[in-house]
Design a binder for this molecule. Structure first.
Ligand code: HEC
Length: 153
């Protein structure tokens, strides 16, 4: 009996140390990627302008990491890394390269993300979004409860 109890405590502690499988999705929502790319990530018209589809993207992990960290200067895609344009991670450019060039100046995201969050987010995109069609399962996961949007899928 005592051993059984230890066993459960052991399992519970492993669970809380590991990342929940939906951590990447949580980051996606926290960063509000959906405000521009929509809940389904397929983009389209919204207040952020015509955001590209993350489902149709041809970017690999490295490319995805770069666009999330650095955004895309000259568009509404903001940068999510605090280090962006401070070191050489963003196309070798720094803020000084954009001085006097307001049109192309990179836009900061409202919610910055750390390395761990970005990693989880990229894994989520690669595993569940990129190259995938929009499913009811994904919809229910995103909304976390039955939603009318999902009924139509
Ligand atoms: C304020 C609006 C906005 C937000 C917020 C935003 N994006 Fe974007 N994103 C855009 C726009 C606009 C583009 C298209 C840029 C262009 O024209 O090349 C884009 C492009 C992209 C691309 C490139 C797709 C491709 O193949 O070229 C990826 C990947 C992407 N966004 C992921 C994300 C992720 C992940 C988040 C959240 C961490 C996010 N975006 C948040 C507006 C936004």
């Amino acid at each position: 009996m005592k051993y059984l109890l230890f066993f459960f405590i052991f399992i519970i502690s492993i669970k809380s140390f590991g990342q929940s499988p939906d951590y990447g999705l949580k980051v996606f929502k926290k960063a509000n990627c959906n405000s521009c790319h929509q809940w389904h990530g397929d983009g389209g018209g919204s207040y952020g302008g015509a955001a590209a589809s993350i489902r149709d993207t041809g970017l690999d992990k490295e490319g995805l990491k770069q666009i999330v960290e650095c955004g895309r200067p000259g568009t509404n895609m903001p940068y999510f890394s605090k280090q962006a344009y401070k070191d050489d991670r963003c196309f070798g450019l720094t803020f000084t390269d954009f001085e006097g060039d307001n049109k192309n100046r990179p836009l900061p995201a409202r919610q910055m993300l750390n390395e761990r969050q970005i990693k989880a987010l990229i894994n989520f995109i690669v595993d569940d979004i990129k190259g995938k069609s929009i499913t009811k399962d994904y919809c229910l996961r995103f909304f976390g409860k039955p939603s009318r949007v999902c009924e139509e899928l």
